[in-house]
Design a binder for this molecule. Structure first.
Ligand code: URA
Length: 225
C-alpha cells in the first residue's frame, strides 16, 4: 500500500473490531445480526470522528469542591448522509449527538454515462459555519463521495471541516479522494485489498445497503417480512 495521507484515521485493528467485522462479512449472517453488529462498528467510527473535532476548555467543580480542568464538546457540527447507505449511520450519530442536524444528498450513477449524478440535496442553511460529519459507509471508486464533497464545498464548507465517516474503504477510493481533497479527514474501520471488476471491495462485504435494508436477493428468498 502506498503511504497514506496523515488525515486517514484507521480504527485500531483490535481483536474486538476484527470479531465484529468477521460477523458482518460472513455471507450467511442473518440480516438482524448484520444490522446489529454493523451498528456497533458505526458507533466506534462516530466516537472516533467526534474525537477529531476541536474542543473548548471548560472547568467544573467536582462534588469534593475541587476544580477539574476539562473540555467541552464543540457544538457547531452537523451530519450529512449520502442516500441510501449513508442513512444507516444516522441512528448511531443521533445516539451520541441527540439533537444534531442532518442533511441529505442523493447521488446516483447515470446508466449511460456511468458518471455520478446529483439528484437532490437538503442541507442546514448555515452549513458553511459547521464542521460536517459526512456519512457514507462504502468508499469504492470514490465517485459518489467526491460528488457529495463537491456539494459541500460549493455550499462553502472548507475541505478541512469535513470528516468523512466510512465503514470500508478501497485504496483506489482513498487515493481518488485525497488527490482532490488533501485536507479532508477520513475515518474508516478497514482499508480493503482492492476493487474487483464490478467495483466491489475485496475481501469486502457485498452490497452494504442491500444487506442492511434487506433488499438483496437472499433476504427476499429467506425472510417472510
Ligand atoms: N458499495 C458496496 O455496497 N459495496 C462495495 O463493495 C462497493 C460499493
Amino acid at each position: 500500500m502506498t503511504e497514506l495521507n496523515q488525515n486517514v484515521h484507521l480504527l485500531p485493528q483490535t481483536q474486538q473490531l476484527r470479531a465484529l467485522q468477521t460477523i458482518i462479512r460472513d455471507k450467511s449472517v442473518s440480516r438482524e445480526d448484520f444490522v446489529f453488529y454493523s451498528q456497533r462498528i458505526i458507533r466506534l467510527l462516530i466516537e472516533a470522528a467526534l474525537g477529531l473535532l476541536p474542543f473548548e476548555k471548560q472547568d467544573v467543580e467536582t462534588p469534593v469542591g475541587e476544580i477539574y480542568r476539562g473540555l467541552r464538546f464543540y457544538s457547531r457540527i452537523c451530519g450529512v448522509s449520502v442516500i441510501r447507505a449513508g442513512e444507516t449511520m444516522e441512528t448511531g450519530l443521533r445516539e451520541v449527538c441527540r439533537s444534531i442536524r442532518i442533511g441529505k444528498i442523493l447521488i446516483q450513477r447515470n446508466r449511460e454515462t456511468k458518471l455520478p449524478h446529483l439528484y437532490y440535496f437538503n442541507l442546514p442553511s448555515d452549513i458553511s459555519k459547521r464542521h460536517v460529519l459526512l456519512l457514507e459507509p462504502m468508499l469504492a471508486t470514490g465517485g459518489s463521495a467526491l460528488a457529495a464533497i463537491q456539494v459541500l464545498i460549493q455550499k462553502g464548507v472548507p475541505e478541512e471541516n469535513i470528516i468523512f465517516i466510512n465503514f470500508l474503504s478501497a485504496p483506489e477510493g482513498i487515493a481518488a479522494l485525497f488527490e482532490r481533497h488533501p485536507r479532508l479527514t477520513l475515518v474508516t474501520s478497514s482499508i480493503e485489498e482492492r476493487l474487483n471488476e464490478h467495483a466491489y471491495m475485496i475481501p469486502g462485504i457485498g452490497d452494504f445497503g442491500d444487506r442492511f435494508f434487506g433488499t438483496d436477493a437472499k433476504s427476499l428468498v429467506n425472510e417472510v417480512i
